[in-house]
Design a binder for this molecule. Structure first.
Ligand SMILES: [Zn+2]
Length: 297
């Protein structure tokens, strides 16, 4: 049962465009934002979707997240180089830090930092294995006086029940002039357009929003965050993860199911360059003049 179809970005009315896995996928009639209409409270949603199964159970999530340590650490280092074009290393908060691998890549590159992660198992791996300060919890509930020079949200934004609230907190905890790094999937990409409703990112309830660079700006600009760079990430994924995602997608069709045995021929543990035509990153800077005390409801 749905309580509302209102657009979570601009509050205008949205209408279902199609349904995926039983969830209506809606388009906002005003700003064009595409989102899943869910009747879920954030706490319930997060504990259901980001259980340990998300990181180890395959499906739309990961088949074995911890096996990706090296790749994710390199990704952190790669993004540290991107941020270095705009600011000297300082303090960073990695949102949705999981086991801390991306954060470790930033730290390897001279940043100091914290992570925040709703899954306690992952956060405790970050603490015990890497010795990182990763808090268990949700950015939406972060309070206190801590302020950061940068915030990173790598493939995190589409998962928020209320992305506006999350963005208000991010804007609040960034120092004036601080950087926000976002990596997310581009629903206006050629891949997304060609795949239509079968695009891999249409996987509610794990994914709830489908952004493009313009809609990220529409979300972030009112909070005093302005785009200063965007690009396409150089990404690699393990064959084991790729196979798990393919299995999840292929199981949905007769042709796909027929091809499933072929996946068994591909060895696990190879690092594949991922074309990532449908992935983008964006760096935004908090205006030095941004109004203090942006609303934290
Ligand atoms: Zn809207």
């Amino acid at each position: 049962m749905l309580t509302t179809l209102a657009c979570p970005i601009c509050n205008a009315e949205g209408a279902p465009a199609f349904e995926k896995f039983g969830h209506p996928i809606c388009d906002c009639a005003d700003c064009g934002h595409r989102y899943a209409a869910l009747n879920t409270k954030p706490e319930g949603h997060v504990s259901t979707v980001y259980s340990n199964n998300y990181f180890n159970g395959g499906g739309a999530g990961y088949s074995d997240y911890l096996a990706e340590e090296r790749l994710l650490r390199d990704r952190g280092k790669w993004y540290a180089k991107i941020l270095a074009r705009h600011a000297a290393p300082g303090s960073i908060l990695d949102v949705g830090a999981a086991a801390g691998f991306v954060l470790q890549g930033f730290i390897d590159s001279g940043w100091t930092g914290n992570g925040i992660e709703p899954n306690e198992t992952m956060a405790s791996v970050a603490r015990s294995r890497l010795g990182l300060e990763v808090w268990t919890g949700m950015i939406e509930n972060l309070a206190g006086e801590l302020r950061f020079d940068a915030v990173s949200m790598i493939q995190v934004l589409p998962h928020f029940v209320d992305p506006k609230h999350a963005m208000s907190v991010v804007a609040h905890i960034l120092k004036p002039g601080g950087l926000l790094l976002i990596e997310t999937w581009n629903r206006k990409s050629l891949t997304a357009k060609l795949m239509g409703e079968n695009w891999h990112e249409y996987s509610p309830p794990s994914v709830l929003h489908w952004f493009d660079p313009e809609s990220v700006n529409r979300l972030a600009n009112p909070f005093g965050l302005s785009e200063i760079a965007r690009g396409r990430p150089a990404k690699k994924i393990l064959t084991s993860h790729a196979k798990s995602l393919l299995k999840h997608t292929m199981a949905g069709s007769v042709v796909g199911r027929a091809g499933l045995p072929l996946l068994g021929l591909i060895p696990d543990g190879w690092a594949l360059p991922y074309p990532a035509e449908d992935l983008f990153y964006m760096v935004l800077r908090k205006d030095a003049q941004a109004a203090p005390g942006l609303v934290l409801s």
